[in-house]
Design a protein around this ligand. Structure first.
Ligand SMILES: Cc1cc2nc3c(=O)[nH]c(=O)nc-3n(C[C@H](O)[C@H](O)[C@H](O)COP(=O)(O)OP(=O)(O)OC[C@H]3O[C@@H](n4cnc5c(N)ncnc54)[C@H](O)[C@@H]3O)c2cc1C
Length: 465
């Protein structure tokens, strides 16, 4: 077999993006993927299928709200099979798209289980046969899988993870979602929209616990208004399967024992890195609780072995983080200048209704870091485009440094938050200040325009409120 500059284990967003960039930079590249298709968690059982369903839920919501817009709609029905078929069609199309991009950039790929086999070597196992690849550099991008609760075994029918819930043949009547992180609240939002009675159980004191506290409070309020039942500070004691579904016993925030029943249970309690059996024991790489430690260019303590994506210690498990980490690794391998990924500049987008977009420090993180914080806040109720969309709940919160007006973080909840987030991320990337942003012209009428008001509100100079 030919000798490669780079061998990449895993074709999720970290792996396939790294491979394409490596090809563009003229590196001879091969990808090893255990599945018969490319794209990983994100494309097949993560970002893309969930966003298809969320978009369908939004359209359905608009139909249900038709009277507000002057339409009479009767006989409205969800064709679940058609919804699922469209989701699958989109996933397949994009998987083929990655294959096309590999060809275009002369990236080869093989199916099989990849293992780091020592400096410059990767072994590939398929159907009991092992072959070997020689590569000067190896990227391990093995990704993650759903964690479960102690003693709870997902069976794919009643107790579900993100995989099986995306294949449900029917919309369930009721569902308990354990875990109120991004995955949990997105599925809660999807199924509540389609008529499922959803209950969320979260062990921590608030939903979306990594977000700014005010964002959590706003989502909590909005979800309850939509009819989603929420128990925070609640720890699951046991899960029992019965003929009609599951029964979940938990202690609520006051320590009172409670039991809930539902047709389905979704376990959304975090993601476990898939580093076992990947040959890391053949290296000097530092592994802690299955996560791999890396330096600024994603290289592990073993020279020539890089780790990227969901398996990296101390980085958020997000597709776009994985993509930029992969680009950083291969650009470094190509000997070209590249800036290390800055964790506080990685945006976070949660596509539930209402949407959340955030980047940088929360108010608490900024205060804990000893910054003199100045907050600005603008409510979407003052934004004309939000009123046109009939979606004017939520706000934009700006966390800035009092001394020079440096923007430290931006937290958005409300219409198009995951798109408006682009401006917030740009400001942090370019180290902009409140004054820079107040001088920037925002097109009218847009949702985006609320950013201008939010920055100005730091100085008490917002116009539309
Ligand atoms: C329901 C859900 C929704 C999500 N939504 C979003 C979102 O909207 N936005 C966002 O940014 N992130 C989202 N995420 C997170 C995102 O999917 C992950 O952060 C991203 O997929 C990580 O990319 P990765 O390349 O590290 O790993 P993965 O995408 O997990 O890919 C790893 C690949 O490696 C392969 N593999 C593993 N081990 C081996 C081996 N030894 N040999 C060969 N192949 C191997 C796997 O088959 C897989 O194809 C979501 C996750 C879930 C579960």
């Amino acid at each position: 077999m030919a000798k490669y500059d780079v061998a990449i284990i895993g074709s999720g967003p970290g792996g396939y993006v790294a491979a394409i960039r490596a090809g563009e930079l003229g590196l001879k590249t091969i990808v090893v993927e255990k599945d018969p298709f490319l794209g990983g968690t994100c494309l097949h059982v993560g970002c893309i299928p969930t966003k298809v369903l969320l978009h369908h839920a939004e359209i359905y919501g608009n139909f249900k709200n038709a009277a507000e817009f002057g339409f009479e709609v009767s006989g409205l029905k969800v064709n679940w099979a058609a919804t699922m078929a469209r989701k699958d069609k989109i996933v397949k199309k994009h998987a083929k798209g990655i294959e096309f991009l590999f060809k275009k950039n002369k990236v080869e790929w093989v199916q099989g289980w990849g293992r780091y086999a020592g400096p410059g070597r990767v072994s590939v196992e398929k159907d009991g046969k092992t072959t070997s690849i020689e590569a000067s550099n190896v990227l391990l991008v093995a990704g993650s899988e759903a964690r479960s609760l102690p003693g709870v075994e997902p069976d794919g029918k009643t107790i579900l993870t993100n995989r099986e819930i995306l294949q449900l043949p029917e919309i369930p009547k009721s569902m308990i979602v354990v875990g109120a992180g991004a995955v949990g609240v997105e599925f809660a939002s999807i199924f509540q929209s389609f008529g499922t009675q959803v209950t969320i159980l979260e062990m921590l004191p608030r939903v979306v616990p990594v977000e700014d506290e005010e964002i959590s409070a706003e989502l909590d309020k909005a979800f309850r208004k939509r009819g989603i039942q929420i128990f925070t500070g609640s720890k699951v004691d046991s899960v029992k399967k019965g003929a009609k579904g599951v029964s979940v016993s938990f202690k609520d925030k006051d320590g009172k024992a409670q039991t809930l029943e539902a047709e389905k249970l979704l376990v959304a309690v975090g993601r476990k890195p898939l580093t076992a059996n990947c040959g890391l024991e053949n290296s000097k790489a530092r592994v802690e609780r299955d996560f791999v430690h890396v330096g600024p260019y994603m290289e592990t303590d073993e020279k020539g072995l890089y780790a990227v994506g969901d398996i990296v210690a101390g980085m958020p498990q997000l597709a776009h983080a994985a993509m930029m980490e992969g680009i950083t690794a291969v650009t470094h391998i190509a000997g070209k200048p590249v800036t290390p990924v800055v964790k506080t500049r990685i945006p976070s987008a949660t596509y539930c209704e209402p949407q959340i977009g955030s980047v940088g420090l929360t108010e608490k993180q900024a205060r804990d870091a000893g910054r003199r914080v100045k907050i600005g806040k603008f409510l979407f109720v003052g934004n004309s485009k939000a009123t046109i969309l009939d979606n004017h709940g939520g706000f934009i919160k700006v966390v800035s440094d009092e001394e020079y007006g440096e923007i430290l973080g931006v937290h958005i909840i409300g219409p198009l938050a995951t798109e408006t987030l682009s401006e917030a991320t740009t400001v942090l990337q370019l180290e902009g200040t409140v004054d820079d942003m107040m001088a920037m012209i925002h097109a009218h009428p847009t949702i985006w325009e609320a950013m201008g008001d939010a920055f100005a509100s730091v100085r008490g100079l917002q116009i539309n409120m």
